[in-house]
Design a protein around this ligand. Structure first.
Ligand SMILES: Nc1nc2c(ncn2[C@@H]2O[C@H](COP(=O)(O)OP(=O)(O)OP(=O)(O)O)[C@@H](O)[C@H]2O)c(=O)[nH]1
Ligand SMILES: [Mg+2]
Length: 264
């Protein structure tokens, strides 16, 4: 399990305690990124053998942090989830179970059967639907919720697509899913139980604009205009990171906590 964490001192401890129990047979990798609060201290309050943590100070976005986690993961099945605990560990475990017949299993808050208790604030739901329309029309992905923070993958499928993924901000999920789809990977989307734990830290308008910029870049990269991407980057800086750049940044990461290989 990869858990990206940006200023999560107040929310991560409870999540980790829950996940450490359910994923004691695996490995949880927390990627602290660009934290200005004491997330590292909250981590020290959790004693679990399955827990690893690395801290990367450069701001690499949620997408960058999850991708850095993918590079560190050693298990044949790898997932990621938000640090705030909006998806329970049991729900995440269910997604992993679906990988017996799929390369990727993703949660949806918008399919019939999803339970939202409590739901996201209205403005977040509106932004989510607008983004989904845009993402579907630009990428032809058929999913109802590319942005749900609960996804599981077969590591071999991930390894094949990671070199093609560059998005570092919150639109990274679209980049990853589109790359998997191009490869012919089997992706299943299932309704999920969501318990919203928003603190509305994410400034919706600014973040949505950045995500839209990243989507436009993605569409351009896959079109006949791909040669114009460097010009686009100058006008609309979405802070993409190639695998090569990410490796360089991640190599400056500080290991806060490690587990022995044979504990796996
Ligand atoms: N590396 C990195 N991770 C981030 C950043 N922003 C958020 N995250 C992480 O991404 C995950 C999802 O972020 P959230 O803040 O829960 O996003 P959200 O659910 O859209 O918004 P909330 O209303 O705050 O819950 C969490 O694990 C965060 O710690 C960032 O700028 N960089
Ligand atoms: Mg959240």
């Amino acid at each position: 399990m990869i858990i990206p964490a940006h200023n999560e001192a107040g929310r991560i401890e409870r999540t980790l305690k829950e996940y450490a129990e359910v994923f004691a047979d695996g490995e949880i990798i927390v990627v602290l990124n660009n934290c200005t609060d004491d997330t590292a201290h909250a981590l020290r309050n959790v004693t679990a053998a399955c827990l690893r943590a690395v801290e990367i100070t450069d701001p690499i976005g949620k997408g960058g942090a999850v991708r850095a986690g993918f590079m560190l993961a050693r298990a044949p099945l790898v997932g990621f989830v938000d640090a705030d605990g909006s998806t329970s560990a049991a729900e995440m475990r269910r997604l992993f179970g679906l990988l017996a017949h799929a390369d990727a299993a993703i949660g949806s808050r918008w399919m019939p059967g999803a339970s939202l208790d409590p739901p996201q604030p209205l403005i977040r739901r509106v932004a989510s639907r607008v983004f989904n329309l845009l993402a579907r029309s630009l990428t032809r992905l058929p999913f109802s919720d590319t942005q749900c923070g609960a996804k599981a993958f077969r590591a071999d499928a991930l390894a094949r697509v990671l070199p093609a993924v560059e998005t570092a901000n919150f639109a990274f999920d679209v980049d990853l899913l589109a790359a998997l789809a191009r490869l012919g990977a089997r992706i299943v989307e299932v309704p999920i139980a969501w318990r919203d734990r928003s603190t509305s830290r994410l400034r919706v308008v600014r973040q949505s604009l950045r995500m839209a910029g990243a989507l436009a870049r993605l569409a351009m990269k896959r079109s006949r205009l791909h040669w114009a991407v460097p010009y686009f980057d100058r006008i609309v800086p979405t802070r993409p990171l190639t695998l090569h750049e990410l490796r360089a940044v991640a190599s400056n990461g500080v290991i806060l906590r490690t587990i022995e290989q044979d504990e796996l």
